[in-house]
Unconditional design. Sequence first.
Length: 92
Amino acid sequence: MHVTQEMPVDCIDHIFMVSGHSFLPCDEDFGLDEKQKHKTEAVYSLSQWMSIARRARKKPFNVTEMAAESFLTMKDLCRDVVNRKRMRVVRK
């Protein structure tokens, strides 16, 4: 809802997994990161993870460090959209 209300977009392409398949295109990227991580002794900081991601493939990933302010909270959206009334259970 945030994207459609706050940003000028023409199309949103939402990919759903096919039943019986548990692999999305981004899974391969995460796998490359994990493989590169195993070549490193230990990872203690965000900058080390960024370096690992950059080295994970021949054509380096575009790695961008984001500030906390760049992330959105969905609390207000959930409060306004989702109706979470508790239902009383009647037991016999």
